[in-house]
Design a protein around this ligand. Structure first.
Ligand code: ADP
Length: 442
């Protein structure tokens, strides 16, 4: 893979160095950006986003660490080369457009070419062509004040691109625009990125995040979090350690109203219950679905579970895979019974049927958990199961009935066992719900 195009290591930028108002705006930023990437810098106001961009632009020399662009230290360039870099490698657009008010639009756009020594006719032709391309060719002879905000920003996009730079820096380019103009400008920036240009954009608008390959969250002068957008084909190879962040993003999509803390809890829960990451869980769900629907055999299921993740599997060991298949099968078999029971409960023979059914479920549970009970305890267990099955008690009350002593009408299981058996029974119930019962009692 190619080298990073923009590489910052422990980058520090200090304003007013050595003075009483000295301020360190970047306190050790690390990043690597590849050619063609669309990067959004996201973070609270004053966190150092613009500072990072202006450092890349060649206007703020590092006070510590290093910054390389295309492998070069641009701050070591001779003046002439640095100027060339700023005019031809770099294009920038600002929130305030920064057009020259006394010049007509075409001259504003042609301006950067004057320094490049291009003759007036060619300059004007190029300026007009690029204005046409960005949909503002018809206002070329007007002064900026006569244009709407959206038009002015598209003029400034045209100006930034007139020398065909490699990198486009955009400092909150839509901060002053209405929603329609915002969309037009964002579309143009997307287009520029699709042509292979590298984009670094500061934005406060979360709706823009899906545009980017990666989003850098900046806080207190550091890049504290980097999020890969799973919807865009990545240019930079995604590292292993970055999956947790991606998982959070995916969880956030599934649970859009959860706080970050809650998402973290979910992530940890996934981790300790399964030791699987989000992608593995997703894949597992798909496999289970096929197994349950009879579209996949037990041996195919085990084979897929045991296959390496990179080969389309989950990557658990074979014994674990068999174990999982067995547990799923047990749940499915037992829940089959529940399903039958539920659909047949209005028959005249319901009472006898129910009794047999409860005995079967009871035997299954006792065997599954290796539990031995007295006759009295068994009767209480059957009562509790029936109560839960009919919806007379909640899942918590079921645990209670399991753990309360036999004398008090319970089953007298240790609380941990009570919890395990009750959770397992809930799984059976969930699987045993047939479609006509969904939305009704459970
Ligand atoms: P952001 O773009 O995230 O809003 P900036 O990079 O503009 O943040 O600013 C980061 C910090 O540096 C802020 O606290 C700001 O006040 C300070 N700062 C920015 N420019 C200057 C400057 N020219 N002189 C002194 N401090 C500055």
């Amino acid at each position: 893979m190619a080298r990073p195009y923009i590489l910052a290591r422990d980058l520090e930028i200090t304003y007013n160095a050595g003075k009483s108002n000295e301020f360190k705006a970047l306190t050790g930023a690390n990043t690597d950006i590849y050619k063609g990437e669309y990067i959004i810098l996201f973070g609270p106001s004053g966190s150092g986003k613009s500072t990072l961009m202006y450092a890349v632009m060649g206007s703020l020399p590092p006070s510590g660490g290093s910054l390389l662009i295309g492998g070069d230290d641009i701050y070591a360039y001779e003046t002439e080369r640095r100027t060339y870099y700023q005019r031809n490698v770099m294009g920038i657009i600002y929130q305030q457009f920064n057009l020259i008010p006394s010049l007509i639009v075409r001259d504003n756009v042609a301006l950067p070419q004057i320094f490049a020594g291009i003759d007036k006719k060619t300059r004007d032709r190029r300026a007009q062509a690029i204005l046409d391309r960005f949909g503002v060719g018809m206002v070329a002879d007007k002064i900026p004040a006569m244009l709407s905000g959206g038009q002015q920003q598209r003029v400034s996009v045209s100006r930034s691109m007139v020398n065909d730079p490699e990198i486009l820096l955009a400092d909150e380019p839509t901060g002053n625009l209405d929603s329609i103009s915002t969309e037009q400008v964002m579309n143009k920036i997307r287009e520029i990125n699709h042509e292979g240009k590298t984009i670094m954009m500061v934005s406060h608008n979360a709706a823009h995040l899906p545009e980017a390959h990666r989003v850098f969250y900046i806080r207190d002068g550091k890049i504290v979090r980097m999020v890969v957008n799973p919807q865009r084909k990545q240019i930079k190879k995604v590292e292993e350690g970055e999956t947790l962040v991606t998982e959070l993003e995916q969880l956030a999509r599934l649970y859009p109203y959860d706080s970050l803390e809650m998402l973290r809890v979910r992530s940890i829960r996934n981790y300790i219950t399964q030791d699987f990451n989000f992608d593995q869980l997703e894949r597992l769900s798909a496999f289970i679905e096929r197994l349950v629907l009879g579209k996949m055999s037990r041996s195919q299921f085990i084979h897929l579970l045991a296959q390496k993740y990179s080969d389309g599997g989950i990557g658990v060991n074979k014994i674990e895979a068999k174990n999982m298949a067995t547990r799923i099968q047990k749940i499915l078999d037992a829940s089959q019974d529940i399903r039958k029971f539920r659909s047949g409960r209005n028959l005249d023979l319901a009472f006898i049927y129910q009794h047999k059914f409860l005995k079967r479920i009871e035997r299954h549970l006792l065997k599954e958990f290796g539990i031995k009970l007295s006759v009295n305890q068994r009767t209480n267990l059957e009562d509790a199961l029936l109560n839960r099955l009919s919806g007379a008690i909640t899942d918590d009350e079921l645990i209670q009935s399991f753990s309360v002593s036999g004398k008090l009408g319970g089953v007298g299981l240790h609380i941990k066992t009570a919890y395990k058996v009750a959770s397992y029974f809930e799984k059976l119930l969930a699987q045993g719900v047939s479609h006509e019962h969904v939305g009704g009692e459970v």
